[in-house]
Design a protein around this ligand. Structure first.
Ligand code: 7PJ
Length: 282
């Protein structure tokens, strides 16, 4: 295996021949979409176990809220939130691929030491020291595009051509990774839905997701419960499951390999329909 059919994540290959579900595990007290219900260790591990049983292959553990306007979290606080969860999951679910959602090199290091297989960085390894840190490892990596910082990004997003600019940014980060000595078989790319984008930008990216595949890397898409779905349907955050499943299926149909979701079991059902259609087509 190799190339776009798989993603190298330390000692294993993540098989991308079928759509892969990445389940979101927020261990942030201020996370908007689940009200911070999973802050205690037991609750977090239980929720992750449920997502794995429902069809998630990857668990994305995040201790730093990246929603628009979120406060910054210190390294020590982030470590206190995520490391116990990682260690515990590593022990209880040795088959699971564990991803750490962070932009901080010190958290990446500690998470890899605790057994994480993948780093999901909404800052695309632009933090000082992040590239070098991961060049010394063999974990999987997700590079995500965003315009602006969590505080500023939704103020006034502007692009001449959003697909071209997001693609250009991801291509440049991919190149920076390779120049730092990171094998491209470790790298997935993500347009970063909702990160410094208007509804129109998000829709254009979703419609044209296939254009990003030309970069030759696996594509990850995160649309689950995002405000763009609320803008379209009028549904509040707690009531966006159906819209999220539809969005995940559309993303996969348009070229996403991995979908980052909260509602794993429902997404699995939706993707089964897509897979059945594909298999029928041969
Ligand atoms: C994303 C993410 C995403 C990747 C968040 C939320 C906001 N990581 N982390 N892609 N979104 N790779 O879940 O609504 O879209 S946090």
């Amino acid at each position: 295996m190799g190339g776009i059919n798989a993603l190298a994540c330390r000692n294993r290959w993540l098989d991308l021949n079928q759509p892969v579900i990445m389940g979101v595990l927020n261990v942030t007290p201020d996370s908007f979409s689940d009200g911070g219900c999973w802050t205690s260790l037991d609750a977090a591990v239980t929720h992750a176990s449920e997502m794995l049983a429902s069809g998630a292959t990857i668990i994305d553990i995040g201790g730093e809220s990246t929603r628009p306007g979120a406060a910054e979290v210190s390294v020590s606080e982030e470590l206190e939130r995520v490391i116990p969860v990682l260690r515990n999951l590593r022990k209880q679910h040795p088959q699971a691929i564990l991803s750490i959602d962070t932009s901080k090199p010190a958290v990446m290091r500690a998470a890899l030491d605790a057994g994480a297989h993948m780093v999901n960085d909404v800052n695309a390894l632009q933090t000082e020291g992040a590239l070098e840190m991961l060049a010394g490892s063999d974990c999987g990596i997700c590079l995500m595009h965003r315009q602006g910082t969590p505080v500023s990004m939704q103020l006034k997003p502007e692009y001449d051509d959003v697909v071209e600019e997001v693609g250009g940014f991801l291509a440049a980060r991919l190149k920076a990774c390779e120049a730092a000595g990171i094998d491209r078989r470790r790298i997935a790319l993500d347009p970063g839905f909702g990160f410094g984008k208007t509804l129109q930008h998000n829709l254009k990216l979703l419609d044209d997701l296939a254009a990003l595949r030309e970069l030759g890397q696996p594509i990850l898409a995160g649309l689950s419960r995002k405000s763009m779905l609320g803008k379209i349907t009028g549904a509040d955050t707690g009531d966006r499951m159906l819209a999220s499943v539809v969005a995940a299926v559309l993303a996969v149909n348009n070229g996403a390999d991995i979908v980052r979701v909260h509602d794993v079991s429902e997404t699995r059902q939706g993707l089964r329909i897509w897979q059945a259609m594909r298999q029928h087509a041969g």
